[in-house]
Write a protein that binds this ligand. Structure first.
Ligand SMILES: [Zn+2]
Length: 257
């Protein structure tokens, strides 16, 4: 159905829009394109194709461990290089089917799975959402926002806010330069690519002192973008910066190596 109609209108108007929209545009599965009973639903067999992240995982970056090693354990990467992000969590491993969900959402403007996707994020995110005073979506550069028409991270943040009551602060952080694609780059290359790309607004500079906040994005690959966002927030006095993404690139970690 027309997702802009569904997510752009409140209350009764939204329900009426959904009803009419379902007649004009019968709902289809976000993954297979087959007809489904309601907008955003996945067929049962599709759930098997999605790899949901669960503990055991690194207490800090959330990378899954191959086996339990006790509460609070960190992966080797986090021990070797103290991360800027206090804690990072994600709902899904970024792989074939979740990649399709993300790309259809981000580049195809397909928003009918937004409720479902953010339910998964909230389920994965108590460690980073509890105690957080604000959700800060990773900003797009204005030219990219103009061409895409929406910031996918902001839509995710708004939907998480509706579920948790944590306010969205999309006016505190801005992207001051358009960064080249991160595809194919190493972690170090990605960090160089986005270094200094984000800056605080005057409102963010005033508000952040002592706050715990959670950055929101669709995909975390190496964490370089989250780190680049977190640095100005921490410089402005934020006490703690967490991160929550819909999906993340994962290589399972053996915590004993
Ligand atoms: Zn880690």
């Amino acid at each position: 159905m027309n997702s802009w109609l569904r997510y752009g209108a409140p209350g009764a108007l939204r329900k009426a829009g959904t009803f009419i929209g379902n007649i004009i545009w019968p709902p289809t599965s976000p993954l297979t394109g087959r007809r489904v009973a309601a907008s955003g639903l996945l067929e049962p067999e599709c759930w098997q194709c999605l790899h949901f992240l669960d503990p055991p995982w690194c207490e800090t970056c959330g990378v899954p461990f191959a086996f339990p090693v006790g509460a609070g354990a960190e992966c080797g990467a986090c021990i070797a290089r103290q991360p800027v992000i206090h804690k990072a969590r994600a709902a899904l491993v970024y792989a074939d089917q979740s990649r399709r969900l993300v790309l259809d959402f981000k580049h195809g403007g397909r928003l009918d799975a937004l409720d479902q996707m953010t339910a998964w994020m909230v389920r994965a995110g108590p460690d980073v959402l509890d105690g957080s005073s604000a959700l800060i979506p990773v900003p797009l550069h204005p030219t990219r926002l103009f061409s895409r028409r929406f910031n996918q991270s902001q839509l995710l943040a708004r939907a998480i806010s509706a579920r948790t009551g944590i306010p969205v602060e999309s006016g505190w952080l801005l992207r001051r330069r358009r960064t080249p694609s991160q595809a194919g780059q190493t972690g170090r290359g990605r960090r160089r690519n986005v270094a200094g790309a984000f800056a605080l607004t005057a409102a963010g500079d005033i508000a952040l002192a002592g706050m715990t906040v959670t950055l929101i994005d669709d995909v975390m690959t190496t964490g370089a973008t989250f780190e680049a966002c977190a640095k100005p927030l921490l410089r402005a006095g934020a006490q703690c910066v967490n991160a929550l993404s819909l999906a993340r690139v994962v290589k399972p970690v053996d915590p004993t190596t």
